[in-house]
Design a binder for this molecule. Structure first.
Ligand code: TRP
Ligand code: ZN
Length: 885
């Protein structure tokens, strides 16, 4: 906890470091009640940072300094200054070696940053500024050094000793201790440092690089999890091959290791050669992990692996450039997942997530550009904007440059900046230079926050056979800036004729048509595009594949949306048309609820769903996506003022009416798929994911009928499923059903069966946290007393409390404010021992502007109570104070 008020740090104040570190030699003596860290830093004056010998200011927090030596001179307390965050001293020469010894306490580190213990295992998390909790250092990404790391520990308790790079030596010490030395030849910033010591088993494999050399691959886990590593290993090998084929990037060390840990603040970390993962992002097998979990493991393994180039070989100059590595790497992993599974389904999932959560962030008090201009606590900026919107920005670059031009740009970027710490401008510059284009206006995507609105309208001229699309763009004010300059918005589009055929597209000024789908760049506040030779008024299909992260509006009527649902050649836009239709219908019903009228879903929605269920030729995963109504959180995001109860009621009634109307059709599809599942062994493949997705969504609709035969089918699936996807869906369906006795029995049975598996118990918590039956908060509080729950484990907090606050909106937003009070209490408690998790759990309270004035007052009161609760971490302080500003 801090005693000073956190300061704001600005991008415009960036200065190159005064000193550089060429070599870092670390020795760790790991003990049960303390750890000693000896650091030898081979340093020199930075030639790029002016003359003279300024003081050397090293970062360091919560370190007990034991000794300090400058070259051969032992330093006394008069030779340096210590503060809460720094150690300063005066160098005597341009080049010098600094030796320090400190004592630290990983065994009591609950913040899970720096060196800490998780289930008896020593591990590290240094990004973004955790290395300063290990030793005194220049803890900034533009200081890049080679590292040699020796670690020693009790051999029996910690038989495995790992660090970055290649193993070079090992041996035994007296007293049952042993040691190992690792050498990482690649220069890297301290945030990529890692160390692991523990009793781990590993699965090993090899990968043969395109150029012929073998790499050893190892995944280290606790012994009981050794049977859950194969999927991650397969994913790793696929990622390595894909990066060779798609980006021409090979792996560069002889060994690549992944370690799974149970206590981790995020998903995983790309430490050079030694990735450390939240166990939830490694472990997967059919019996214990859902299809979604399998896909998440594949994506996160790929993401961290891809960082070896986009992040490690080419890293960030400063933390304002975070999206340079994260946005790019999310884009890379998304394309990888699209290639491994269903491309359209992956895009639908990502866009639904972006529009629900990133758009909400962009409209809230923490809104910031993809490249933030300032921050108090960098941990607060590992956001959906930096990651997800950052990925969309890279995607737009590829859309504008084409796949080939984009590859030329990425080749130039990696070649030009290998071994350097660079900026988002350098990335765009490489794209510009490789393609001889000017992207200066495009760069506004990095500096302007907020989600642009794009209003499109049409005009058809019958006599001239011309069709004009007009676009008007604007962007709402955000905390940092009121006035926005126009963005470059790539709009991929096509025009459909009355039969649903794609029209050839010839723009005014062109001699011939240029295909039937194309990308228009909207660059002005207002802009018109006229198509020639259009024989009759067409129907436009706009923003295909969601070609830009904007809020598009076009005055479609419901019949046109139904037409697009069936005929658009772009799969993403077929889904999008269905979503827009559903939004219109649900918004009607929200109005009916507010007017005290009976709620009735437009028959056109029922008809559209009939058509989907009757067509056995459609991809089942697409049908499942199209049968999913927009979520309550998305309906909240697109509301001016969100009426929690009306949104919930509208969606609930619409689902029931669909279920009743479609009962026979849902049964047919459910039973056909369950039958196949019964006789087909589980496979983590796109085809199987698709079947189970449709099977499971049809079951959840069917249960809304509350019929006994559906109950029987659900229980059958729950009992007999050979995989977690089917079993957990059946459980979720029961939990949300009125069949109390069966619900309780299933929950008990599930808990009994999986009590030894914390990741499965997380799912058990989440299913119950999401139940919208009345009394949600009481149930959550009761579950917090369950022996499998602990506030100290971030996965547990997310599974129960995070799921409740973000997915159970009717209960969390209970009109009496009980949900808000509960969450504030949780944040205050977490603030005391894990500031990063505390700050993340806060997000739902920061959205107070979306609600009615009574709820606004209740939410603000809780934010104020947090602010007044005592000593706040910089993480929580920043979010609370900005939310109240
Ligand atoms: N770089 C990590 C990633 O791949 C992010 C990360 C992992 C992280 N652990 C963290 C960020 C802890 C902040 C704090 O996305
Ligand atoms: Zn990342």
């Amino acid at each position: 906890m801090r005693t000073e008020q956190p300061k704001t740090i600005y991008l415009k104040d960036y200065q190159a470091p005064d000193y550089l570190i060429d070599e870092t030699h670390l020795t760790f003596e790991l003990h049960d009640d303390h750890t000693l860290v000896h650091a030898q830093l081979v340093m020199r004056r930075n030639p790029a940072a002016g003359g003279g010998l300024p003081p050397l200011v090293l970062d360091g927090q919560q370190l007990e300094l034991l000794s300090l030596k400058l070259d051969d001179a032992e330093l006394g307390s008069a030779d340096y200054q210590l503060s809460e965050d720094h150690l300063s001293l005066q160098p005597k020469a341009e080049q010098f070696t600094l030796d320090s010894s400190v004592r630290i306490h990983p065994e009591t580190n609950t913040a899970l940053e720096g060196l800490y213990k998780s289930s008896g295992l020593f591990c590290t998390q240094c990004e973004a500024e955790g290395f300063r909790k290990i030793t005194y250092y220049l803890d900034r990404p533009d200081v890049m050094s080679t590292f040699t790391t020796s670690l020693s520990a009790d051999k029996q308790k910690y038989p495995i000793l790992l660090s970055n790079g290649n193993p070079v030596a090992q041996g035994e010490d007296q007293g049952g201790r042993h040691w190992a030395t690792w050498e990482d030849p690649f220069k890297k910033p301290a945030y990529l440092f890692a160390l692991v010591a523990g009793d781990l088993w590993c699965v090993e494999d090899t990968f043969t690089r395109a150029s012929g050399r073998d790499v050893t691959l190892r995944i280290y886990v606790e012994p009981e999890n050794i049977d859950k590593c194969q999927h991650a290993m397969d994913s790793l090998k696929k990622s390595m091959r894909w990066d060779e084929q798609v980006y021409g990037r090979e792996y560069d060390l002889d060994i690549f290791m992944i370690v799974a840990v149970n206590d981790f603040n995020m998903g995983a970390m790309e430490n050079k050669g030694l990735n450390i993962f939240n166990s939830s992002c490694v472990l997967a097998k059919a019996e214990t992990a859902t299809d979604a979990a399998h896909q998440r493991v594949e994506a996160v393994v790929a993401h961290e692996y891809f960082h070896n180039w986009s992040g490690n070989r080419v890293t960030c100059r400063d933390w304002f450039q975070l999206s340079l590595k994260e946005g790019f790497t999310v884009f890379r992993d998304a394309e990888f997942s699209a290639d491994m599974n269903s491309r359209t389904v992956k895009r639908i999932e990502d866009v639904a997530f972006l529009r629900t959560h990133q758009f909400a962030e962009d409209a809230g008090p923490m809104a910031h550009p993809v490249r933030p201009a300032s921050f108090m606590e960098i941990s607060n900026f590992y956001t959906l904007t930096v990651y997800e919107k950052g990925s969309e920005v890279v995607r737009m670059l590829r859309t504008l440059l084409g796949a080939e031009g984009f590859r030329k740009g990425s080749d130039l970027y990696f070649e030009r900046h290998d071994g350097q710490a660079v900026t988002c401008d350098d990335f765009v510059q490489a794209m510009e230079d490789a393609n001889a284009v000017d992207l200066s206006q495009f760069k506004r995507w990095y500096s302007q926050a907020g989600t642009p609105r794009l209003a499109a309208s049409e005009q058809y001229d019958e006599s001239a056979n011309t069709y004009t699309l007009s676009f008007r763009q604007s962007c709402p004010a955000t905390p940092e800036s009121a006035e926005k300059q126009p963005f470059v918005i790539p709009v991929e589009l096509g025009l459909l004729d009355a039969q649903g055929r794609a029209l050839p597209l010839r723009l005014q000024g062109e001699a011939t048509p240029q295909g039937t789908t194309r990308v228009l760049a909207v660059t002005e506040a207002e802009q018109h595009f006229t198509f020639l030779d259009v024989p009759a008024k067409p129907l436009p299909s706009l923003l295909r594949g969601f070609s830009a992260p904007v809020k598009l509006s076009f005055p479609y009527n419901r019949d046109q949306l139904m037409f697009l649902m069936q005929h658009d050649s772009d799969g993403f836009n077929r889904w999008e048309a269905g979503q827009q239709l559903a939004v219109q219908v649900l918004q009607d019903m929200i109005g009916q609820y507010q007017a005290g009228q009976p709620l009735v879903a437009d028959v056109r929605l029922l008809q559209a769903f009939e058509t989907l269920l009757d067509d056995d030729s459609l991809d089942q995963a697409m049908v499942a996506e199209m049968l999913s109504l927009p979520g309550e959180a998305y309906l909240t995001e697109i509301s001016e003022v969100a009426d929690v109860d009306a949104i919930h009621a509208a969606r609930d009634v619409a689902r029931k009416q669909l279920a009743n109307h479609l009962h026979a059709r849902l049964w047919r599809r459910y039973q056909a798929n369950r039958e196949v599942s019964r006789v087909t062994p589980y496979l983590a493949s796109a085809e199987h994911f698709a079947r189970r997705a449709l099977q499971n969504i049809t079951l959840s609709y069917l249960m809304l009928s509350e019929r006994e035969d559906v109950l029987a089918a659900t229980l059958e699936q729950f009992e007999n499923a050979d995989n977690m996807t089917e079993r957990l869906t059946a459980l979720a369906v029961l939990v949300n059903s009125p069949f109390e006795r069966e619900r309780a029995a299933a929950l008990d049975r599930f808990a009994e069966q999986f009590k030894g598996n914390p990741l499965v118990m997380d799912q058990w918590f989440t299913v119950q946290a999401g139940s919208t039956l009345p009394g949600g908060l009481t149930r959550v509080k009761a579950l917090m007393l369950h022996p499998a729950f602990t506030m100290k484990n971030p996965n547990k907090v997310r599974a129960l409390i995070g799921a409740f606050a973000s997915q159970n909106l009717v209960n969390f937003h209970a009109a009496d404010g009980s949900g808000y009070r509960f969450l504030a209490d949780i944040v205050i408690e977490l603030n005391g021992f894990n500031p990063q998790i505390a700050s993340r759990q806060l997000a739902p309270l920061t959205r107070w502007r979306k609600y009615d004035s009574a709820r606004q007052a209740l939410m603000k009161a809780e934010l104020e109570r947090i602010l007044a609760s005592g000593e706040l971490s910089s993480d929580v302080y920043e979010v609370v104070s900005k939310s109240l500003a």
